[in-house]
Design a protein around this ligand. Structure first.
Ligand code: NDP
Ligand code: GDR
Length: 318
């Protein structure tokens, strides 16, 4: 039965797809939106039924007020400073949003709506240096301030689950992409670069570590897994991934191939894009997600790359 959902991070890639899917299934959807002098909220501008609630996950009173007023049945905590690269530059801010932000959300829910089911956006980055493949049993070895903050939030979710009996489920999601991805992430950066080179507006594409492996999937598949996780009888931790990984170089090669170009003629190494500490190899084992949710990815790696490049070509107007 549809209920009332509250989403933090609703203006981001995942929040926008999740809101869309829940509204299409007749849920009432409320989204936390923070104040900005220039916000246009482009990813959710097409969703008139989405109710915007002013607040910030670093501001506990705003969360208590929002949850007291909305009284959601389901809460999705997606808000984050989600860039791993930027977390090296802003480690304290990242900890405040990703770590303390989650603590604020759990505490606000404990006070205002303790019966609500909560989804916590955990991340494959938490596995860090642990060798592939990674599953629910793999040790966390975070390699960035972002990952360390996500590990804190994850452990806190488990603590609230065990100590207060709250329904808090953690989706440990591997990289998922779309044409709504932020422009700084490598897939969108590559897709956009290819489209600009195709249009004759650029000649080169700067990249950092080409050898890093990631398990890339299609974002709307992953937001479906989020709502599925809150429909289970018990709150659990669950890995969601395709089970297939590729290098950054593979992604670049596939993206340039969409416009009939050889990536080696355009990619240039930019040392400033290489991270102080890198996660070399993320490959998820989605067995449990398949068993418990019947979840499977609907888009292949090649289709994902094509969709992203074609979307950027449309944006470039060529
Ligand atoms: P985005 O970066 O696209 O979106 C982040 C969202 O968080 C935006 O809506 C942003 O708002 C909001 N936000 C940031 N700071 C605050 C704050 N202080 N208070 C309230 N809201 C805030 O991330 P994604 O959609 O890609 O990811 C969603 C979640 O899933 C994140 O927690 C991310 O760390 C996690 N995750 C993502 C994966 C992926 O591959 N995409 C994989 C695993 C985990 P604004 O628009 O105002 O900036
Ligand atoms: P990631 O995504 O760090 O995995 O975090 P990102 O796309 O930023 O990096 C993926 C890999 O590509 C390498 N890389 C580059 N990355 C960027 N951004 N720009 C470049 O020019 C570049 N060149 C090479 C990186 O070093 C890295 O190895 C994402 C975020 O969505 C997190 O919030 C989420 O938790 C994880 O995915 C799972």
């Amino acid at each position: 039965m549809p209920g009332r959902a509250f989403i933090t991070g609703v203006t981001g890639q995942d929040g926008s797809y999740l809101a869309e899917q829940l509204l299409a299934a007749d849920w009432e959807v409320w989204g936390l939106v923070r104040r900005s002098s220039s916000a246009e909220h482009g990813r959710v501008a097409h969703l008139p039924k989405l109710v915007h609630v002013r607040g910030d996950v670093t501001d506990l009173p705003s969360l208590i007020t929002a949850l007291s007023n909305v009284q959601p049945t389901h809460i999705y905590n997606l808000a984050a400073q989600s860039s791993v690269a930027d977390s090296f530059v802003q480690p304290i801010y990242t900890a405040q949003v990703v770590g303390i932000g989650a603590a604020n959300l759990f505490e606000a829910a404990r006070i205002a709506c303790p019966e609500a089911r909560i989804y916590q956006a955990s991340s494959s980055e938490m596995f860090g240096a642990s060798p592939a493949p990674q599953s629910e049993h793999t040790r966390f070895q975070p390699c960035s301030p972002y990952a360390a903050a996500k590990v804190y939030a994850h452990h806190l979710a488990v603590h609230y689950r065990r100590t207060y009996g709250m329904f808090i489920a953690c989706g440990i999601l591997f990289n998922h992409e779309s044409d709504r991805r932020g422009p700084d992430f490598v897939t969108r950066h590559i897709a956009r670069g290819v489209a600009r080179i195709h249009a004759g507006r650029e000649t080169t594409l700067p990249l950092g570590n080409l050898e890093a492996r990631r398990d890339w999937g299609w974002a709307p598949d992953y937001t479906r897994a989020m709502s599925g996780l809150l429909m289970l009888d018990e709150p659990i931790d669950l890995v969601v991934a395709t089970g297939v990984s590729h290098t950054v170089a593979d992604f670049a090669a596939a993206a340039f191939a969409v416009v009939g170009k050889d990536w080696r003629s355009h990619v240039v190494l930019d040392a400033a894009r290489v991270r102080p500490c890198e996660v070399p190899d993320l490959l998820g084992d989605p067995t449990r997600a398949k068993t418990l949710l019947g979840w499977a990815p609907s888009v292949s790696f090649t289709q994902l790359v094509e969709r992203m490049v074609e979307a950027e070509i449309r944006r470039e107007g060529t």
